[in-house]
Design a protein around this ligand. Structure first.
Ligand code: OAD
Length: 233
């Protein structure tokens, strides 16, 4: 059996579904209720910043009330007790990994953070952001949610690609494989010789690229998968 020293875990909205946060593309998901081009692009923010703030204010309020579920907690347990390295990369902006005690690399930003569009200063977002909010560093009225919108470059890509290309095991949990560059990580990990596993409620658009599939709700599958890794050490 292949020795596993470095694990990279990519999480998506599915890991937070059982914490009561809706996903984007499942039936009735966020992108069925809102048009991406109205709320999640830089052009949308230029056109109607009030609508974009209201969309993210609602999500911030929901996330603040949500609690991590057994899947978030199992990943935290893996990070705390695995003998090697566990790099957790998340597309989620909800902060539930941190609430579970997991340090995560946020490639799509965080609801809890505000960003100045002018000077790129970051600060803790208030629960409600509004048009005209000023940047505490440069005082311009250019505060925006620190979320990576469609058409923008995800954060920490160099660090993430380095981890993906050097890992022994790549796992994707609760992500539909529809948004790049995250959807391409599995191919990069495979090319670098890593084992790959997908944990999802159902097949995703990238299922074909994974060697192993564990099907079911994350709160059930992730703790069992973590136990299996820790028992195999
Ligand atoms: P999606 O909504 O596209 O996909 C959610 C995935 O989670 C699907 O594959 C579901 O089958 C799976 N799922 C749902 N409930 C689950 C459960 N209880 N246990 C396990 N899996 C479950 O969400 P993401 O893949 O995260 O980007 O979406 C990627 C990006 O697209 C997001 O970060 C966001 C979005 O537009 C931005 O906003 C920039």
């Amino acid at each position: 059996m292949r020795r596993i020293d470095q694990i990279v875990i990519l999480t998506g909205a599915g890991i937070s579904a059982e914490s009561g946060l809706g996903t984007f593309r499942d039936e009735g998901g966020l992108w069925a209720q809102h048009k991406i081009e109205d709320v999640a692009t830089p052009e949308a923010f230029l056109r109607n910043p009030d609508l974009v703030h209201r969309f993210y204010n609602a999500r911030r309020a929901q996330a603040a009330k949500a609690q991590p579920n057994a899947a978030h907690k199992a990943i935290a347990r893996l990070q705390a007790t695995f003998s090697g390295t566990v790099v957790l990369v998340t597309q989620n902006v909800d902060g539930l990994h941190e609430k579970a005690g997991s340090p995560a690399i946020h490639m799509h930003g965080e609801l809890s953070c505000a960003l100045c569009a002018a000077c790129e200063h970051r600060w803790d977002a208030p629960m409600t952001m509004a048009v005209g909010d000023t940047c505490p560093a440069c005082a311009s009225s250019t505060a925006r949610p620190d979320i990576v919108w469609f058409g923008e470059m995800p954060y920490h890509m160099e660090e993430i690609v380095e981890a993906v290309q050097t890992c022994d095991l790549f796992a994707a949990i609760g992500t539909s494989g529809q948004v790049y560059p995250a959807a391409g990580f599995v191919e990069e990990a495979r090319m670098a010789g890593a084992a790959t596993v997908e944990l999802n409620l159902r097949d995703s658009d990238m299922s074909h690229a994974f060697e192993e599939h564990i099907t079911g709700p994350a709160s059930d599958t992730v703790p069992r998968w973590v136990d299996q890794i820790l028992n195999g050490q």
